[in-house]
Design a binder for this molecule. Structure first.
Ligand SMILES: *Cc1c(COP(=O)(O)O)cnc(C)c1O
Length: 377
């Protein structure tokens, strides 16, 4: 829990994110309700836990008993260990073969999708090492092609010291032919699993379903699922495909404190000089949440707002380190007051802020600085 002391420690740069531990646990429980008993949860915490702070998020998920954590970044995987998290870590594709020594030294499970990678892990492994093989079923990103997967798995077995502990894929839900393509590609992956099993190849962990499929209510016979978005109450799908309820936003707020309140009555007229030509009010307030913190000015005809004690104040400037808002005469505001720049819901909900920036909600989250302190509330 965030204490007043935590918040006071931010006085040197009072801009921070608050995340909701209860919502994260609730979302994990909702994922569990959607899969059969015994199906393992590999929680995707890549991209700084979808912008929510990988260390606090991983601690909460580990305590809630997820089976494995997944990220593509070696540095993030190390950060998990520094946070005291001992849950197994799957390294999604993201490292060059040259990194495999370090990956194994840290005890992370590497993803392999070609023979070069497999050789690198094999050379780095002192005795034996587990690997996951990633199959590309048509997303067109990283992976071994479906029709070459069985051969790669044979070749890996022939190296003698690698154990294919997992086989996984990630499918696209964004094609113009709708879900039919996704179903078709998944069916081919399940065929591959079937033929490997028939050939006596035993792979303990198999996984194909992530947030989109779980949100659509899909199930399969794999032994694991790997959700990311849903754990954070984010949807990877267009709203007309599936609503997000009952998942809840884990983002509580991105907040910043007022550094100065200015009265411009005796300054230059707005329009004739000064910094903010679009100022309508006599007063402004400034907070240290600028582009460096990841805040972005609204684009086009949009106007952006922040909340001060529940009331909307119009943003009139975003510079490298500062955010400036207008303050109407009837608003009482003081140095140190909290401004809510973005929140899980309400007038500055992430979705709304993203619209002002002409971005998708996840893109807006990704713009916020990963260096921002995260308080768990
Ligand atoms: C990111 C990722 C996931 C999680 O996807 P979401 O849509 O966020 O649930 C699952 N599998 C792989 C391979 C991924 O890269």
């Amino acid at each position: 829990m965030a204490s007043d002391k935590d918040i006071a420690a931010l006085d040197g740069h009072p801009t921070w994110m608050e995340i909701d531990a209860a919502a994260l646990r609730h979302n994990l429980a909702e994922v569990r309700r959607r899969v059969a008993e015994g199906v393992q949860i590999i929680a995707s915490v890549k991209a700084n836990a979808y912008g929510h702070g990988i260390q606090p998020v991983a601690r909460i998920l580990a305590a809630a008993g997820v089976d494995m954590l997944a990220t593509g970044s070696f540095a993030e995987a190390c950060a998990l260990r520094q946070a005291g998290v001992t849950t197994p870590v799957l390294l999604l594709a993201g490292a060059l073969p040259a990194a495999m020594g370090a990956v194994l030294e840290q005890g992370f499970i590497p993803t392999v999708y070609d023979l070069d990678g497999a050789h690198a892990v094999s050379r780095a492994a002192e005795t034996s090492a587990p690997v996951f093989v990633k199959v590309d079923c048509g997303l067109g990103r990283v992976g071994v092609a479906l029709d070459q997967a069985a051969t790669l798995i044979d070749d890996i077995a022939a190296l003698g010291n690698l154990q294919v502990q997992g086989l996984y894929t990630h499918v696209s839900f964004h094609d113009s032919r709708g879900m039919a393509y996704t179903r078709e590609r998944l069916a081919l992956f399940y065929d591959l699993l079937g033929s490997l099993k028939a050939a006596g190849v035993n792979i303990p962990i198999t996984q194909a379903l992530a947030s989109s499929a779980l949100l659509m209510g899909w199930r399969d016979n794999c032994t694991a699922v790997c959700p990311g978005h849903l754990l954070f109450g984010l949807s990877p799908l267009a709203p007309e495909l599936a609503g997000l309820a009952p998942f809840r936003p884990v983002l509580r707020g991105i907040k910043s404190r007022v550094l100065q309140v200015r009265d411009h009555s005796s300054g230059p007229d707005m329009g004739t000089g000064g910094y903010h030509q679009n100022r309508r009010q006599r007063r402004t307030a400034v907070a240290p949440c600028g582009m460096n913190d990841g805040y972005r000015a609204p684009v086009g005809a949009h106007e952006a707002q922040v909340l001060h004690r529940g009331r909307e104040l119009r943003v009139i400037g975003v510079s490298l380190e500062h955010l400036t808002v207008e303050v109407p005469d009837d608003v009482e505001i003081a140095v140190g007051d909290e401004l809510v720049v973005a929140a899980g819901d309400g007038p500055v909900a992430l979705d709304t802020v993203a619209k002002w920036q002409s971005l998708r909600p996840i893109e807006t989250l990704m713009t916020f600085s990963a260096r921002m302190p995260v308080l768990v509330v």
